[in-house]
Design a protein around this ligand. Structure first.
Ligand code: AR6
Length: 185
């Protein structure tokens, strides 16, 4: 586990299965239909039961960079915040801004719901093909920026399935840590 305090809140990176997280809200890496899919999306719908899909049907889809919430169904989390990451092409099609936007919008929705602890997977780093060494610093920085600007969220936990992805997020968190001689970007 790797952790950093930012703006009075904690950002953590852990290895694990996000469907088991006992946080207030987990974020789903969905697609624009919000009607389910593979990867972490499939795992969340399987673990949370059919009620989540029924709620998603009423949401009318979601654009990349946006986020919409449902209940957590049978999950331990009270809410699922469904966001849609960018499909990675060559990194010059606005992917970074969309990925940062997913994190920011998800946290805005979390605040509206009164959620104080939020777990994120590595959005876009699976089927959507975002190279994780590029995505991890974008994700971590977007969260840190949000936490510096807003109060109300106490914990943001990145829950990473594979050791390689975990290592990239751990490194990205390490790069955010203020240290003598290192400029904060
Ligand atoms: N807990 C945490 N992380 C997980 C879990 C889990 N249970 N299962 C997979 N991951 P992906 P994307 C990791 O493909 O790239 C879906 O079909 C996985 O190892 O789930 O945003 C949607 O419907 C990877 O590191 O999401 C969309 O069509 C990360 O979660 C599309 O995939 C994200 O991989 C979205 O693609």
């Amino acid at each position: 586990m790797s952790a950093l305090v930012v703006g009075g809140a904690m950002i953590e990176a852990v290895r694990g299965d996000i469907t088991r997280e006992p946080v207030d809200a987990i974020v789903n890496a969905a697609n624009s239909t919000l009607l389910g899919g593979g990867g972490v999306d499939g795992a969340i719908h399987r673990a949370g039961g059919p009620g989540i899909l029924s709620e998603c049907r009423a949401l009318g889809g979601c654009e990349a960079g946006e986020a919409k919430a449902t209940s957590g169904g049978e999950l331990r989390a009270r809410f699922v915040i469904h966001t849609v990451g960018p499909i990675y092409r060559d990194g010059r099609q606005g992917e970074a801004a969309l990925l940062a936007g997913c994190h920011k919008r998800s946290l805005e929705v979390a605040l509206e719901l009164g959620a104080r602890s939020v777990a994120f997977p590595a959005i876009s780093c699976g089927v959507y093909g975002y190279p994780v060494h590029e995505a991890a610093p974008i994700a971590v920085r977007a969260v840190a920026e949000f936490l510096r600007a807003h109060s109300g969220i106490e914990l943001v936990r990145f829950v990473l399935y594979s050791p390689e992805v975990y290592r990239e997020f751990e490194h990205a968190l390490e790069m955010l840590r203020p240290s003598p001689g290192r400029e904060r970007s």
